[in-house]
Design a protein. Structure first.
Length: 179
């Protein structure tokens, strides 16, 4: 897999340190609130697993799945809810955990859908933020790293369901995903 990586952006150690910082801040901000932490599958599952271990207050987890990419490399703009939440979020303090904030379309749709469900509060924690690609404004409460407008893989992020298991975040060589 390494031969497909053009450049490592964030090492395993840098990621671990950032997650420790995010977990500490979330624990401080949500002390006494028992937040519901929602992972947006599939890309955020590794980040969320490490993040919840870094939050040293009681919290609960749930999962949902939305898609706007299909099998492509660019968002289609057509957002589809694939798997909803198991429980009711009315009155809950919710933290949405995402792998990467790109165009903003999917997260804008998702955040609005969750707001309509009556949550007491909703925050967004994204592992990576790619602000150059934003077409819809989205407020980020907790952000791991900003990344350039490149095709990013590793630490949960994939190309064609591959590269999720890399312990770092890297830029994928264009010849890997170019036709």
């Amino acid at each position: 897999m390494m031969q497909s990586i053009e450049k490592v952006l964030f090492t395993e150690e840098q990621i671990a340190e950032k997650i420790k910082e995010l977990g500490s801040q979330i624990a401080k901000d949500y002390a006494g609130k028992n937040p519901l932490i929602i992972s947006v599958l599939r890309g955020s599952f590794i980040f969320m697993a490490d993040l919840v271990r870094a939050i040293d207050i009681p919290c609960e987890v749930d999962f949902l799945s939305v898609s706007s990419y299909g099998s492509g490399t660019v968002s289609s703009g057509n957002i589809k809810m694939i798997q909803g939440l198991d429980g009711d979020i009315k009155g809950r303090h919710v933290i949405v955990v995402e792998d990467i904030l790109d165009s903003g379309r999917t997260l804008s749709y998702l955040m609005e859908t969750l707001r309509e469900s009556g949550a007491a509060s909703i925050s967004l924690c994204t592992f990576l933020d790619k602000p150059e690609r934003r077409v819809v404004p989205v407020h980020v409460d907790y952000c791991g790293f900003q990344v350039p407008d490149e095709f990013i893989v590793g630490y949960g992020l994939d190309y064609a369901q591959r590269f999720r298991n890399l312990p770092f975040v890297g830029i994928l060589k264009p010849e890997v995903y170019s036709d």
